[in-house]
Ligand binder design. Structure first.
Ligand SMILES: [Zn+2]
Length: 126
């Protein structure tokens, strides 16, 4: 697969740096370069998390259009919030919770705004 932007070696060394800075040393985290095939929006990254095994895979696009370090840190901030996020999301998605019906989109927007804000703080203070 073609990869523009940083090499996997460069990305892995950024991962090492941020994993330590974010106190995620107890985690087994790897990077996988992928081709995102979404048609609704252009995706730059994603993260798959196994909380019990403390394992995570950061998926990064092979055709980056944003700063790749920023995207990597964004995904790692998702990992920091993962336990809280999945706990909260269950409530939002609960069928019996009629007050939160149809609010999943709003929840995701708030989550992304929070993750982005924290990412900016971290990137600016590196
Ligand atoms: Zn995100």
């Amino acid at each position: 697969m073609n990869k523009s932007g940083k090499t996997l070696i460069e990305l892995n060394s950024l991962l090492d740096k941020w994993q330590t800075r974010l106190l995620l040393d107890g985690w087994d985290i790897s990077i996988k370069i992928v081709e995102f095939n979404r048609t609704d929006y252009q995706q730059s990254g994603d993260i798959k998390v196994n909380l019990e095994q403390k394992k995570a895979v950061v998926l990064l696009t092979n055709m980056p259009f944003k700063d790749e370090e920023y995207v990597l840190v964004h995904e790692l901030v998702h990992l920091l919030l993962w336990d809280l996020d999945t706990f909260s999301e269950k409530f939002v998605l609960k069928k019996s919770n009629t007050k939160l019906k149809g609010q999943h989109g709003a929840y995701m927007e708030k989550l992304e705004a929070t993750v982005d804000h924290l990412t900016k703080i971290l990137i600016n203070s590196k």
